[in-house]
Design a protein around this ligand. Structure first.
Ligand SMILES: Nc1nc2c(ncn2[C@@H]2O[C@H](COP(=O)(O)OP(=O)(O)OP(=O)(O)O)[C@@H](O)[C@H]2O)c(=O)[nH]1
Ligand SMILES: [Mg+2]
Length: 456
């Protein structure tokens, strides 16, 4: 997300960073460049205009240009404005303390509503003891009901089986009754995808909303919709009053314009982002962290959170012990690679580190990708236990077998071994200089997780 915008803003920020004075002409050029970068990222025109106006009036109003560090003040104002249009704070779902909380999901066809409902159910389930009911009012698309039912089964959340009710209105009323009778806490209500130009379907949505009386009406928006996102959000908001939104397919979006527009257009906060097709690929939306990612300042907080969620502490401790004794074999190396995979792979980690675009370029140049990690794990898995403990014994004929067994090339096996030996050497060096053992700092731990040629 935000790949291109990040790259451009990082460049703009760099061009003024460290300068002792900035003239008004410089400022105009900088703001114009930011404006173009935002427009190219598909941020809605009205949002871009407000953004630039606000930054400018703040700079002029606060006499930033005459200050001691004008560069840093400007960067800070741009960052603040970004956070402001993204929504200031992370806002949690509005869940009532007592009674049933009803959450209505709406959005365009294929925007990701049904998948997102399962993700949200999974999120609530992980974080509370609430009893959740899934309801689908999509009576139009064949198998739409079944899709939600199957997802519900996967996460062990009940699906409301309305026994072939033919009308959307009946489903709405019956599901509320069922939830009340069976003491459900939360009702997640799926709707059929609709186009904003389809008046009949938009009218139906209004009816559902009137009957359901939801505490939350969530717009599920595909972040790839680009400039259209603003108009779509506006129409849905006029029809049912959006209380929050969730952006999907953020994983495939290089521009991020929708994220920057949608809050300003609807006035409702973005609460989550969808980062993949899997049920656990949903992240709480934190404006400040995202703003920092956009400016190339990285998102260390999310990275550390993700690490603490996914890293197996015991495995890490065992590894630390081995390393401090100067023992580190291919089995451990594979373990490290797997930990990385759990944190979203190299691309996941990279997208949160400062200087993202530079790192990504480096990755592309060195052909480092998540596939490489998976191949490396496959190579290690194709070795015998003895070989993993003592990689020195892997000779030419074995290399051929191992490459065949893992579906890779001999040079990949060689590369892996080279990386491993480098890594081993580094650890031995650390030990001899007294820096043995796993560094206590988490980030250093993470760096240790990258292939050695990445650390150099
Ligand atoms: N990569 C990626 N794919 C997603 C994400 N969210 C949903 N999808 C995929 O998008 C496709 C459509 O998702 P659905 O949940 O069926 O969308 P929908 O809005 O319910 O569709 P309709 O009910 O037909 O309007 C599916 O293949 C999902 O797996 C996401 O965050 N990232
Ligand atoms: Mg659906």
């Amino acid at each position: 997300m935000f790949g291109t915008l990040n790259e451009k803003l990082e460049k703009i920020v760099k061009s003024i960073a460290g300068r002792a004075t900035i003239s008004e002409d410089d400022l105009d050029i900088t703001l114009r460049e930011i404006r173009i970068a935002l427009l190219e990222a598909d941020v809605a025109l009205s949002v871009v205009k407000d953004f630039i106006d606000n930054v400018k009036s703040n700079i002029v109003g606060k006499e930033v240009l005459k200050s001691i560090k004008p560069d840093q003040m400007i960067i800070k104002l741009v960052q603040e404005e970004l956070i402001k249009i993204l929504g200031l704070n992370n806002e949690p779902l509005n869940i009532a303390k007592t009674g049933i909380t009803k959450i209505l999901f709406c959005g365009l066809q294929g925007s990701g509503k049904t998948t997102t409902i399962a993700k949200v159910a999974n999120f609530i389930k992980k974080n509370s003891k609430k009893k959740i009911l899934l309801v689908s009012s999509d009576i139009y698309r064949p198998a739409a009901q079944e899709q939600l039912q199957v997802l519900g089964k996967q996460i062990n959340v009940e699906f409301f089986d309305h026994q072939n009710s033919q009308s959307v209105e009946a489903i709405t009323l019956e599901s509320i009754k069922y939830a009340e009778k069976n003491l459900f806490d939360i009702l997640l209500f799926d709707t059929a995808g609709r186009q904003v130009v389809d008046d009949k379907m938009m009218e139906e949505l209004k009816t559902i909303s009137q009957k359901l009386k939801p505490q939350e009406t969530i717009l599920v928006a595909d972040s790839l919709t680009g400039q259209d996102a603003a108009n779509i959000a506006k129409r849905f908001n006029e029809t049912v009053s959006i209380t929050s939104s969730i952006l999907t397919r953020v994983d495939g979006d290089g521009r991020g314009g929708a994220a920057l527009s949608i809050k300003s257009i609807t006035g409702a906060p973005i609460k989550f982002i969808g980062t993949g097709e899997k049920i656990d690929q949903l992240e709480s939306f934190h404006p400040e962290r995202i703003a920092n990612r956009i400016l190339g300042m990285g998102d260390i907080v999310s990275l550390v959170e993700k690490a603490s969620e996914n890293i197996d502490k015991k495995e890490m401790e065992d590894l630390a012990k081995k390393m401090s004794k100067g023992k580190f074999d291919l089995e451990d190396f594979a373990g490290q690679l797997k930990q990385m995979g759990k944190m979203g792979g190299i691309s996941g980690i990279m997208s949160m580190l400062p200087g993202i675009s530079k790192a990504q370029k480096l990755m592309a140049e060195n052909k480092i990708s998540d596939d490489v990690i998976n191949h490396q794990i496959a190579i290690i898995n194709s070795m015998t236990k003895k070989e993993r403990a003592d990689p020195d014994m892997v000779k030419a004929s074995r290399k051929i077998r191992i490459s065949k067994g893992s579906g890779t090339r001999v040079q990949d096996v060689n590369k892996l071994l080279k990386q491993f030996f480098q890594s081993q050497k580094m650890m031995k060096k650390m030990k001899s200089t007294g820096k043995g053992g796993m560094p206590s700092d988490l980030l250093q731990k993470l760096q240790g997780n990258l292939p050695p040629n990445f650390n150099n």
